[in-house]
Design a protein around this ligand. Structure first.
Ligand code: ADP
Length: 183
């Protein structure tokens, strides 16, 4: 599914984000930036050891050894990935919606898109942030994620933003949310 917004494109796809040929892919990282399970592990495996080395450097030099806060984003090269860049963002853990999860999830998308734009990136692909191990219900995450992307594209001349869903079920949820948003 593909819609046009203010001269930009927003696409929903199904597949493995590590194979994606956008300028940048987004990693649903954890604050340590040291890799993990799910999409994070898949991206690190496909990118090769250079990615972890650069993540260690970012932790030390940009974050002064601290964790990357939830909702914030940093950028690295893509190493052995088809994508030139990886943008790492930390999604909120779902605590039932009482800990500001929607605003934090919006922040992930907004900050990733801003960072992409600042680096001259014209195409970017996101996974479904927080809806795996972090437990965010996919039908709620879909509306919040797509709203943040649509708001950004209405304001900016960016290019193409894609969501890479990892199952047909997730794709159906995001498709329904996008149809609702586009009226
Ligand atoms: P989080 O900790 O943010 O919940 P996860 O990696 O556990 O992150 O899950 C986020 C989403 O990424 C889930 O929908 C999961 O199915 C999906 N996912 C896992 N591997 C891949 C992959 N290779 N490509 C695209 N999406 C993936």
């Amino acid at each position: 599914m593909r819609v046009q917004i203010n001269g930009n494109f927003l696409e929903l796809k199904v597949g493995d984000i590590t194979q994606d040929t956008a300028d940048a892919i987004v990693n649903a990282a954890n604050g340590s930036l040291m890799g993990g399970g799910g999409v994070d592990g898949a991206i690190h495996r496909a990118a090769g050891p250079g990615l972890l080395e650069e993540c260690k450097k970012v932790r030390k030099e940009q974050l002064n050894g601290e964790l990357l806060p939830t909702g914030k984003a940093v950028i690295t090269q893509g190493y052995q990935l088809p994508a030139k860049f990886v943008i790492h963002t930390v999604g909120p853990v779902w605590y039932g919606g009482i800990k500001g999860e929607p605003l934090l999830l919006q922040d992930c998308y907004r900050h990733s898109l801003q960072l992409a734009e600042n680096n001259g990136i014209k195409s970017i692909t996101f996974p479904s942030i927080s809806t795996g191990v972090y437990g965010y219900p996919v039908e709620l995450a879909a509306g919040t994620a797509l709203q943040a992307i649509v708001e950004f594209l209405r304001e900016e001349s960016f290019g193409t933003v894609a969501m890479m869903l990892f199952s047909e079920n997730d794709f159906t949820r995001y498709q329904a949310a996008l149809q609702k948003l586009m009226g």
